[in-house]
Design a protein around this ligand. Sequence first.
Ligand code: C5P
Length: 227
Amino acid sequence: PRVAVIVVAAGSGQRLGAPVPKAFVGLDAHTILRHALRNVFAAPLAQVVVVAPEDRVGDALTDAHAVAGERHDLVTVVAGGATRQASVAAGLAAVWSDVDLVLVHDAARALTPPAVFERVISALEGGRAAVLPVVPVVDTIKRIDADAVVEAVDRSVLAAAQTPQGFSRRVLDAAYADASADHTDDAALVQAAGVPVDTVAGDERAFKITTAADLDRARALLRSAAE
Ligand code: C5P
């Protein structure tokens, strides 16, 4: 089957407090987006669609071509929307007609190991319609009401959702065509459309760079890998 990966990189990164959109913040000599794309290109792909802020399409193309090398023909860059879901929809509209499987990945999960992509793709190849990488929840989670704790939630029945999330192209197209509410990830949107979602093991290193502390952690991981 032919696989496309949509890399969403059109967020502003307000919680990071950087002067440039998050995907264009440097981790070392290279941006978050470029690191994310390195791990994406380790998989055997038919197409990579990068969704960038409207005024950063050129910068995204530069990063993508630097990583793609001879495979630059596989790269498509489009402008994103106001929400993550709108950005994925823009990416999906640019997926080639001969693609069978679509993975959606957050650029902000820049250090996601290639093995996570492999697990998601092989579950799809095994016939799953929707595949979500998850990791156990390590914190004790509370349900709250304003300042008061209502109850502790049993964390053994919880998992934290990561990306890349993988889908049969037909399933993802149909879910997006019918989408009404805004969802924070694609698995939630597909599940709301009545499609069962299966899990595979995620990876601690697939954490989403959201805050300044996450950025420090990503930079430290890269420094220790370089030593
Ligand atoms: O904001 P957050 O980090 O949770 O966003 C997850 C991913 O979705 C990021 O890679 C971000 O660039 C992307 N995104 C997007 N378009 C938006 C909002 C977020 O592509 N409007």
